[in-house]
Design a protein around this ligand. Structure first.
Ligand SMILES: Cc1ncc(COP(=O)(O)O)c(C=O)c1O
Length: 389
């Protein structure tokens, strides 16, 4: 068949490639971002119970009311914004579907969408599928004196044109582990004020933020919330990435448009999972204690890396940390990640994979991403292997 690919530059994602390589070489996989441990037994019991109670048929299109009400309560308690559970909260098939449906609903052919680089792999293909034009604003890469990636809001401001439809944000940020400060929200507010630009805020790591810092959701500022689609995922919060349940919160008129896409993309989301999550979400303890749980793991991996020739960078949030391998090799990041799997049995993700052109010199900083959502013995075994390099 002759046809023209709509996504000619998209192949198998780096996460799949590296995970396959890890399996082939029996390497410890600290690459792809998923926990290697189970969710709470209580949550699993709720799923079984929901199935036995007969919740096995199509739930309502925007998600079951019980879950939407619990999400509304959580968001109100944490960020102070009241979303209407009926018309402003929608349960989706993971954050992935919420992102794709939002872009499909709002980006028209030729519309520009500002994306901060490095970025999560879905953003650019989603914009292109919608006919939009990604406008990439690079973060400043870390240096010896400034070990965190930094966004330059002046560059974001300069990237806005008459065609800008959306700015995509992701905090806490995968892959860099940086978080938003109050001053970032001030900058953002002044940039979008008096424009028609909408904000798509991917906050799937909202509960994984360290060292006493607080997550600044875009839902927490009325002026930003009015133009924002705020997305989260139960996969990251409850160690259930395989369930693919997430949600978005947005003002009524915005939500209505995204629901039009959602209803024809998936229509609705697994019923027993929704009932179980609604029940489990009543107790704030699991999501409030998540940061401390992951901070211990971050520290365990970071301390272990300090005893190797890797140099770990600070991670303020997410379950990822970056490490510099300049003392080991000058290979481009993808080659280094391949070598590390094959020769040393530890799989990581090259940072360049989160750049538009992974092979460009500007996309390679001798950095790789480690995922620490792993059992302690997995982290220890990986560290042991790395210490031998
Ligand atoms: C930044 C970011 N957004 C979205 C997702 C996708 O979330 P979900 O698995 O809920 O679709 C991920 C998953 O790794 C992510 O890291």
């Amino acid at each position: 068949m002759n046809f023209q690919s709509k996504l000619p530059n998209v192949g198998t994602t780096i996460f799949t490639v590296m995970s396959q390589l890890a399996t082939e070489h029996s390497a410890i996989n600290l690459g792809q971002g998923f926990p290697d441990f189970n969710p709470a037994p209580e949550l699993l019991d709720y799923v079984t119970q929901a199935m036995r109670d007969g919740h096995n048929q199509y739930p309502p299109m925007p998600g079951i009311g019980l879950l939407r009400e619990e999400i509304a309560r959580k968001v109100k308690n944490l960020y102070g914004h009241s979303y209407d559970a009926d018309s402003e909260i929608t349960v989706t098939s993971g954050a992935t579907e919420a992102l794709m449906a939002s872009i499909m609903a709002f980006v028209k052919a030729g519309d520009e969408v500002i994306v901060i680089e490095p970025f999560y792999d879905l953003y650019i293909p989603a914009i292109k599928l919608a006919g939009g034009v990604p406008v990439i604003v690079p973060m400043r890469a870390p240096t010896e004196s400034q070990p965190l990636y930094q966004i330059d809001w002046q560059q974001v401001r300069a990237a806005i044109t008459i065609k800008t439809r959306l700015i995509m944000l992701n905090y806490p940020h995968n892959p860099t582990g940086v978080v938003l400060e109050e001053s970032d929200l001030d900058a953002l507010e002044s940039i979008v004020n008096d424009t028609g630009v909408m904000l798509l805020s991917d906050e799937v790591y909202e509960h994984i933020i360290f060292d006493g810092k607080k997550h600044h959701s875009l839902a927490g500022r009325a002026a930003l919330a009015a133009r924002s689609i705020v997305i989260s995922s139960f996969g990251k919060t409850y160690h259930t990435t395989g369930w693919k349940v997430g949600y978005f919160c947005a003002p009524k008129s915005i939500s209505a448009e995204i629901r039009k896409v959602h209803q024809f993309m998936v229509f609705t989301v697994s019923s027993p999972m929704q009932f179980a999550l609604a029940q489990y979400l009543k107790n704030p303890k699991p999501y409030l204690e998540l940061a401390a749980f992951y901070q211990t793991k971050r520290d365990r991996l970071s301390e272990a890396l300090k005893r190797t020739r890797f140099k770990p960078l600070p991670s303020q949030g997410t379950f990822f940390l970056l490490a510099d391998y300049s003392a080991i090799s000058n290979k481009p990041e993808a080659d280094f990640a391949h070598w590390l799997t094959v020769e040393h049995g530890v799989t990581v993700i090259p940072m360049s994979a989160f750049y538009e052109d992974p092979t460009a010199k500007e996309s390679n900083h001798n950095l790789v991403r480690f995922c620490f959502a792993k059992q302690d013995h997995t982290l220890d075994s990986a560290a042991e292997k790395l210490s031998r390099i």
